[in-house]
Design a protein around this ligand. Sequence first.
Ligand SMILES: Cc1cc2nc3c(=O)[nH]c(=O)nc-3n(C[C@H](O)[C@H](O)[C@H](O)COP(=O)(O)OP(=O)(O)OC[C@H]3O[C@@H](n4cnc5c(N)ncnc54)[C@H](O)[C@@H]3O)c2cc1C
Length: 308
Amino acid sequence: MDEEFDIVIAGGGVAGLTAALTAARLGCKTFVLTGDVLGGLLLSIDKVEGFPGFIDGVPGYDLCPMIQEQAVAAGAQFTAASLNSLERQNGGWHLTSGKAQLRARAIIIATGATLKELGVPGEERLRGNGVSHCASCDAPLVRKKTVAVVGGGDSALQEALTLADFAERVIILQSGAELTAQAVYRDRIARQPNIEVRFDTVVDEILGDDKVRGVRIRTTKGNAGTDLELAALFVYIGVQPATAFVKADIKLDPSGRIPVDARLRTELPGVFAAGIARSGSAGRAAASAGDGAVAAAAAERYLAGGDW
Ligand SMILES: Cc1cc2nc3c(=O)[nH]c(=O)nc-3n(C[C@H](O)[C@H](O)[C@H](O)COP(=O)(O)OP(=O)(O)OC[C@H]3O[C@@H](n4cnc5c(N)ncnc54)[C@H](O)[C@@H]3O)c2cc1C
């Protein structure tokens, strides 16, 4: 393919999908490269909370296909491929995605992030055999067992609550002295009898030959390492922006995110960034959807007026 589009969007998460819906509705010829995962981080979330319009939450695996359906109905085209590189050409952009080439007058980068790993011995060996990034998928497998969640933010607490409906006991291992999650999750954790929190605790090693049997932990207060018996370990210690493919073109911020101005413009003419891949994102799904709409509207204005 070497077709020209008004707007090419990289990312099939809530930011990219909302950008596609908005751009197509504004009459722009819109193409979306969704990467490997349509739905992004929300794909594995049983109950996305705090998204407007869904009082009891909405499964992420329902929400994202619904937005995609709206975008397709508005005229956006999709493919499950990744954006690999961009090059300025004739006032627009020449893009490569695998072996395919395409041209865009404007680009919206909404490539989100992936969950960070602990980077300790045993993690790689036992991934999929008790080391998990998906509580919603694996919770039924830990019925009546003891499991741990690493992390103290929104995702960690939200997923600990999901696990608490199945597991006998859920232990949250938090490296800091307090939980950083929103009050709504902290309050729910405090009321949940089968969840306990261990502060100032780090995981040094994940134990087990072919499946997790525990972790070696230590406190940051200098206590010696102890072993904790577990059936599974769920890791939610933050995210790593998926922006490596543009680092030669755009100066990223220290966290690896793409700096933008109030119109979500990057330092490159005609290139916008939206969602959790951009600096200063509020991190939640509604904020990412809002970003997608803002970036698409700004891109359409740029294409209409040519001003940057
Ligand atoms: C466990 C967990 C629970 C959460 N629960 C909630 C919740 O209840 N409520 C809430 O508001 N928020 C929640 N969040 C936050 C929410 O997931 C994010 O705000 C949201 O997913 C960000 O959307 P995004 O589109 O910016 O990025 P992502 O969801 O990360 O999507 C990025 C997309 O980009 C694609 N991609 C990556 N690289 C490329 C490339 N090179 N080319 C093309 N495409 C690419 C990926 O395949 C993916 O489709 C949760 C997060 C986690 C981790």
